[in-house]
Design a protein around this ligand. Sequence first.
Ligand SMILES: Nc1ncnc2c1ncn2[C@@H]1O[C@H](COP(=O)(O)OP(=O)(O)OP(=O)(O)O)[C@@H](O)[C@H]1O
Length: 336
Amino acid sequence: MSAVIEIEGLRKTFNSVRHGRQVAVDGFDLTVGPGEVHGFLGPNGSGKTTTLRALLGLVRADGGRMSVLGAPSPTRLAQVAGRVGAIVESPQFFGNFTGYRTLRLLALAGGVPVSRVDEALEQVGLHDRGDERVKGYSLGMKQRLAVASALLKNPELLILDEPANGLDPAGIREMRDLTRSLADAGVTVLISSHILAEIQLICDHVTIISRGRRVASGRVDEVLAGFDRHEFLVRVAEPERAAELLRAGGLPVDVYSDHLVVGQVDDPTRISRLLGEQGLWVRELTSLRPDLESVFLELTGDGAHPEVPRQVDGSGPHHRVMEMDAGVGEVRGDNA
Ligand SMILES: Nc1ncnc2c1ncn2[C@@H]1O[C@H](COP(=O)(O)OP(=O)(O)OP(=O)(O)O)[C@@H](O)[C@H]1O
């Protein structure tokens, strides 16, 4: 099945008197397949919002090709706009309007049946609060109202830019449950965020951007597997002696003040056997599986080389060649 979103080689540079030339997006690629809940991760200023704005025709790209639901963007975006819901720039609501009245107005303006308003409020869990004024809503409720506004047209694709921004843990959880229920209903979701744990909980696919370039993409479990060094944390009496025994057994060992980290462990019983045979009893043996945070920091942190982003999806065992549709849109233009 063809991709829901395809971006190839997107470039965008801003020129401003104050900050000079800012390369926001530098040959960025992104593919989102149907039904995916796709996390779009990157540190502050890495180009996420610029990418989404360019994709939705809110800023003109300098180069690259993009398509949404098979329609070249931005040239043919209007053809599919009714099937796409997006919250990229925080919507401002009238505080004196109720949630219901806000959505009713948007439905009327967008040519959507007003009957959708109740359904959208229900979908985001605001049905009981729809007759309250928006100014009394919490930030989380306002975010959910924003999602409801994007859901009015029953979109096949929902694009959310930093939906958890500024929310407290309860609000984040509500957004997570909402995103999951939308995904269960078959909506393809693209969520940009720098909250890694959140993305790991919600998303099945992820693309990581650093300095305007893609540095990793694929299924979350595959991306993580690419960084798994099969390391185990070991706590044991006589760590120095234990390290010697493990090294003699062919395992690389790093010694820390109160534990060892042993690499290349395919079977952890090898550790307990090597040590137990010499009368050293293991107190703790914990797998150090990478999480999205450690992968993210490795790819985008200070240690990552600024000039040569590591293209994980193009260099590891999960190399995937991006196939482009003939219908992908080409954009060329000056700075917006
Ligand atoms: N309108 C603009 N004018 C000038 N520079 C801009 C403009 N918009 C973005 N930039 C610059 O482009 C770069 C990428 O910004 P962008 O907002 O896309 O990043 P981001 O990943 O969304 O960051 P954040 O997570 O902080 O929202 C930054 O250096 C930013 O300062």
